[in-house]
Design a protein around this ligand. Structure first.
Ligand code: ADP
Length: 422
């Protein structure tokens, strides 16, 4: 370990902690350690691996508040989101703990005998994760790999390593050494050597589409499997029938739109494009804009705070540059549009006002992932128009459909090219 990284609290720009940064040699050494541990770990009985994972989940539950506070300090999340995240880490670990004894093979009758297949672990799995939900993204990847008998080398995003590093300290007595290994460092120094290593059996990645492409190329060159979870620009479609009554459903649709700001908009499935039927546009926006204006930003540790700080200075700059791009493209600013300068201890925090930009789907603010509390709003005429706009994107991660018509919801759900439609 040669260099250190100063982790910053995005809510007040204060230093949190200095952490070691690994390099190529350190990454190789950790991969070697994982490869050695694999020789014993793969022999542990599935039921014992399940027990260990359940113990891991219990420790997470026991330390949920501590982990949530670390997450707030490192990533700018609100405490409410961070507690939700810690609880979900335990849920994910518990969920996968049920699987080791269910990794069945097959018996296939063949001429003069039977073929038997087994699900074998791959060895060392490299995992590269992003900064938006550090411990949850880690759990999604660690749990299935480890229960199946693999050992893991995981690289957090360089500026959000704290919660994972502390989590590893907390569970140090549960799993044998070398089963889960964290190497902190930059993409070029740790991520790239990890993805390109000939000692790994698989690479799993969550992050930007551009980096995902690089990871896929590394996996292709080594002929190993890759799992990629990449970006999104998810359409949230609001049909005119939502306004047929001023009831709970209409109110829920308003809330559904405001979800663009959940976790400061730093969510890959964030519904960041709103498509509103033109006949209800004015009526709907009359309800939406006050709701957006009421979003409370502030100290992330205050349970009443609804959105916290963006995770880093770079992310803040990137989001603000999209505000300028939107203005230059002729998008109309409906609300927000500025950095939110809070006072006192939060004066230097990376806060951005929840923002709505109205324009058309060809604009860059509709086509590129901003990963902040910025919603691109447009209108459509009818169902065919809505579907065409929804699908006019390079992404295909998520989508929302709001209507009182079940058949239309079904048609749109099938028609939208997205991994998940809610
Ligand atoms: P974002 O733009 O959201 O920060 P990235 O794709 O750059 O997304 O980062 C996601 C993760 O990928 C982080 O852990 C980052 O350090 C890592 N990473 C970045 N570049 C590379 C690379 N060339 N090879 C491997 N990992 C990388």
């Amino acid at each position: 370990m040669s260099a250190v990284y100063e982790v910053i609290n995005p809510a007040n720009e204060q230093s949190v902690k200095k952490v070691d940064l690994a390099d190529l040699a350190a990454t190789d050494a950790v991969i070697e350690k994982a490869a050695k541990a694999f020789e014993s770990w793969k022999k542990i009985a599935p039921s014992d691996r399940a027990k260990l994972l359940r113990a891991f989940a219990q420790v997470v539950s026991d330390h949920r508040e501590e982990l949530a506070k670390l997450e707030v300090t490192n990533s700018g999340h609100t405490i409410g989101n961070a507690l939700w995240e810690a609880d979900n880490v335990a849920n994910v670990l518990n969920y996968y703990s049920a699987s080791p004894e269910r990794l069945f093979g097959k018996q296939i009758p063949v001429a003069n005998g039977i073929d038997i297949t087994f699900k074998e672990p791959l060895g060392v799995v490299g995992q590269i994760i992003p900064w938006n939900f550090p411990i949850l993204m880690a759990a999604w990847k660690l749990a299935p790999a480890v229960v199946a008998g693999n050992c893991v080398v995981l690289k957090p995003a360089e500026f959000t390593p704290i919660s994972i590093l502390i989590l590893m300290e907390i569970i140090a007595d549960i799993l044998p050494p070398g089963v889960i290994n964290i190497v902190n460092g930059y993409g070029r120094d740790v991520g790239a050597p990890l993805a390109n290593s000939r000692r790994i059996g698989k690479i799993a990645f969550t992050g930007s589409t551009g980096t995902g492409r690089v990871i896929a190329q590394a996996a292709a060159s080594n002929l190993i499997p890759a799992t990629l979870e990449l970006g999104g620009k998810s359409p949230n479609v609001f049909f005119e029938d939502i306004a047929d009554a001023d009831d709970d459903f209409f109110d829920k649709a308003v809330e559904g739109l405001v979800l663009f700001a959940f976790n400061q908009g730093e969510v890959c499935t964030c519904p960041s494009r709103a498509l509103i039927q033109e006949s209800i546009y004015d009526k709907f926006m009359e309800r939406v804009l006050p709701r957006v204006a009421a979003i409370k930003q502030g100290n992330p540790l205050d349970p009443n705070t609804m959105i916290g700080a963006q995770a880093s200075q770079d992310q803040l700059n990137k989001i603000m540059s999209y505000m300028d791009i939107g203005k230059q493209e002729g998008a109309k600013l409906l609300i927000g549009g500025e950095r939110n300068m809070l006072s006192g201890a939060l004066a230097d925090g990376y806060y951005i006002q929840p923002t709505l930009l109205k324009g058309h789907n060809k604009m860059r603010v509709f086509q590129e992932e901003i990963f902040g509390p910025v919603l691109a709003v447009t209108t459509f005429k009818d169902e065919a128009d809505a579907l065409a706009i929804a699908n006019d994107t390079i992404f295909g991660l998520g989508s929302g459909v709001w209507t009182r018509d079940g058949s239309r919801a079904y048609r749109m759900g099938r028609g939208i090219k997205a991994g998940r439609v809610w």
